[in-house]
Design a protein around this ligand. Structure first.
Ligand code: UDP
Length: 312
């Protein structure tokens, strides 16, 4: 059996990756320091002899006994309100954490895939965003701690690839949603769904004309799995190109939840990107991948999860 280390294992994406690799017959070592992760996302795996968990902060030296075939680095706060609350940890996990895991990959002769982000394109002035676009990031703005850590992560990963011949993969993840997002993580979807469920008005920031393109988590996980197993070491966008304004998105959630709550408007956070949509030609060509779950279906599944979570 191949053995894979997944950092951020108790988080939204990390926990889905743990499931994917367990289902495909791997031994999984999960690692998380539980700052933003939640053990309830992976508690169903603890009974398996093929799953191990380490409570560890990867910005400190990382030691794992035994062989590793793959490393997936998904540890990081990932929502704007989280990285405003813990900016230094956000910078450290993307930079020092990445360095530690690249070193571990080299030591174990493992292939490593790092979670990058559409945020490396900043507030993009090219639309939709292709991998060749270099981005428009404000390094000293509130989002800079995340964006620049992820840009450094990409540079460090390419350097290990070029200078040490390490097998590396870089996925640029666009907005993703689905079960196991934290209700209080502050991002648009959990905010709107929890507001709808609690009978509150939905808080749209700015005039709601900014756009995002939301990908259902199962589609994203499949794309990441294919990228890891491919032989492609340049960055690949994974996301759903179906673009929507945030105002329309809030209205879709009101309709889905059948509430009579309204949309109310709050100030737009600084440096909030005005538009975002992935160009996924590269993923289509190299991974033969494209998203399968449309937004109406994905939102229904996510709503069921949030309803159950709130009832608990
Ligand atoms: N947003 C909003 N209301 C909220 C939370 C977010 O209108 O309660 C907006 C936010 O300003 C942004 C978009 O929704 O324009 C997506 O925000 P999110 O935090 O989900 O992701 P990101 O900005 O990182 O894409």
């Amino acid at each position: 059996m191949k053995r894979v280390l997944i950092t951020g294992a108790a988080g939204f994406l990390g926990s889905h990756l743990c499931d994917k690799f367990m289902d495909n017959g791997y031994k999984v070592v999960g690692m998380d320091n539980l700052i933003t992760g939640d053990l309830s996302n992976i508690e169903h795996l603890f009974a398996s002899e093929h799953f191990e968990f380490y409570n560890h902060d990867v910005s400190k030296f990382v030691h794992v006994a035994g062989d590793l075939d793959y490393i997936l680095h998904f540890a990081s706060p990932a929502s704007p309100i989280d990285y405003l609350k813990i900016p230094i940890q956000t910078l450290k996990v993307g930079s020092l954490g990445t360095h530690n895991l690249l070193g571990l990959a080299k030591e174990k002769e493992a292939r490593i895939l790092v979670a990058s982000t559409s945020e490396i394109y900043g507030d993009p002035d090219v639309h939709p965003q292709k991998e060749e676009y270099w981005g428009n990031v404000n390094s000293v703005g509130p989002r800079g701690v995340y964006d620049e850590a992820k840009r450094f992560q990409e540079a460090m990963t390419m350097a290990y690839h070029t200078f040490h011949g390490l097998e590396t993969r870089i996925v640029r993840i666009f907005n993703t949603y689905g079960p196991r997002m934290r209700l209080d993580d502050g991002r648009a979807l959990p905010a709107f769904m929890s507001q709808a469920l609690e009978g509150k008005d939905l808080t749209v920031f700015g005039d709601g004309s900014q756009t995002r393109s939301f990908c259902y988590v199962d589609d994203l996980i499949e794309g990441i799995y294919r990228l890891l197993l491919s032989d492609y070491s340049q960055p690949v966008n994974i996301g759903n190109p179906s673009e929507i304004t945030i105002k329309e998105f809030a209205e879709e959630i009101i309709k889905l939840t059948g509430t009579d709550n309204k949309v109310i408007y709050k100030p737009l956070p600084k440096d909030d990107p005005k538009q975002r949509c992935p160009d996924i030609s590269r993923a289509k060509e190299i991974l033969d991948w494209e998203p399968k779950v449309d937004r109406s279906e994905g939102l229904k599944r996510t709503y069921e999860y949030f309803k159950q979570k709130l009832n608990k």
